[in-house]
Design a protein around this ligand. Sequence first.
Ligand SMILES: [Fe+2]
Length: 262
Amino acid sequence: MKTVMGKSKAEALKETGYIRFDLSSELDHPQSMEQFRQLAQEFEDMPLDPYNKKAHRYRRYSRGVILPWSNEFHWLPNYQTSDGKQLCEYYQGAYNAEHKEEYRAFSPLSETTKQIPLLTKIILHDYEQTFWDKRTLTMPIHVGVHFVKMFVSDPHAVSVASPNLVHQDGEPFTFCHLVERSNVVGATNLIAVPECAGKKREEVRPDQIYEEFELVHPLESYGFCDSMVSHYVSGVRLGTDGEVAVRSAILIDYVPTVISIP
Ligand SMILES: [Fe+2]
């Protein structure tokens, strides 16, 4: 698996802190395409992000673990509330300025979606690009899988990401895979030097930017090593080509297991 510069994606990620790639060219066979259509189905019925109902953002979130010694991926169970609701908790510590030290709970992915082999394949593919201290790899790696849909139908509305600032996630590695982009103005990705974390987009100087781009094709992707860069995606507005704008993506983050004794 070589990039145009003759380097593997894993080598490029280690060197530059981020990579862009097109998974569709690597998964180009009919079975994968059929499974991709099944994955895209999950985005048809997405609950509104309960933590910002004005953000026009819809999401589901589930968690799993990779066992580094066997390269196996397993889903973790949902959390069931006393009234029988299935949830999955998400915690970013101090890293999300909009939700500092706060546990958020999202609706999980459906069991049907979790069983789609292509999703596990993508999770393991991204994991292969990451790099860790050898000692870390004696414990499971926690995997957070977010399905996020930004959707607007009102010409004055804008769907924004959380946080709506240039930031770092706190999770050592994150990958983003486009599922759909249609009739969208915006959703422009920015990768910048780590010092830009916490700034508004307009406060970032041109010499601090590594790259600015849009994901356009299904399964067009990027990934980054969080400590080496900061990142941002601009809001989604309605284009002139229809009545709705949709930008759906799968975000996958990788975090080491740390034993904490309170
Ligand atoms: Fe982020």
